[in-house]
Ligand binder design. Structure first.
Ligand SMILES: N[C@@H](CCC(=O)N[C@@H](CS)C(=O)NCC(=O)O)C(=O)O
Length: 209
């Protein structure tokens, strides 16, 4: 049994989508970051960086923060969504890290400046939105002639998809990116993704371009 500590954000959804895809038993603990629940002592004992998501794996006693590490851990534990083929495996890890170091942080700053604090800093709005658009183009090119980021559906897709699902918050017209739109819609059609998107609670239907 896995305990998942999460909230209705892209980083949280990455892990709930993976758990739904894996079909393993997990219990959801809602950490409402709008009420500072991420600073509670019992959560900090699992996630000292005071950020969701985090897990506790009661089979192994492992406590873990950082969505990329959690995804890699769960994929290795179950032998799914991280290929044993060396080339595909490293492509998956490469793009998972691209999401962790690029798409997530840059799109996250775009949400802060473009959606929540529009008008406060023109420099920051332009800087982060341009960087987010640049990353969309990188992913658009990667998906040219490929169904998925690392050839077979993997934790790299599950890591990137929830960030792309916030295209409206980022002021991006997703339909301008044809490969990304095709990829986005095919993943959105997966029942596990639809369930994982609504963890820990329903917010909106999955946005569609
Ligand atoms: N690198 C971390 C980032 C986690 C993160 O930024 N989580 C956000 C929600 S998406 C959070 O918990 N924010 C709480 C806060 O800012 O205090 C991961 O991928 O797990």
């Amino acid at each position: 049994m896995i305990d998942l500590y999460t909230w209705t954000t892209p980083n949280g959804r990455k892990v709930s989508i993976l758990l739904e895809e894996l079909g393993i038993d997990y219990q959801v603990h809602s950490i409402d970051i709008t009420k500072d629940e991420q600073f509670a002592a019992d959560f900090l004992a699992i996630a000292p960086n005071n950020r969701i998501p985090a897990i506790v794996d009661h089979d192994t006693g492992v406590k873990m923060m950082e969505s990329g590490a959690i995804m890699q851990y769960l994929a290795e534990k179950t032998g799914q969504f991280l290929s044993s083929d060396n080339d595909i495996r490293w492509k998956t890890i490469e793009w998972l890290n691209w999401q962790m170091g690029g798409l997530g942080p840059m799109a996250g700053q775009t949400h802060h400046f473009v959606k929540y604090n529009a008008g406060k800093s023109q420099y920051a709005e332009e800087r982060y939105q341009n960087e987010t658009k640049r990353l969309y183009i990188v992913l658009e090119k990667r998906l040219e002639g490929r169904e998925y980021i690392a050839d077979s559906y993997s934790i790299a897709d599950m890591a990137c998809w929830p960030w792309i699902s916030r295209f409206e918050w980022q002021g991006i017209d997703l339909s301008e990116y044809k490969n990304l739109t095709r990829w986005y819609k095919s993943i959105a059609a997966r029942p596990a993704v639809q369930r994982g998107y609504q963890v820990p609670k329903f917010t909106t239907e999955i946005p569609m371009p």
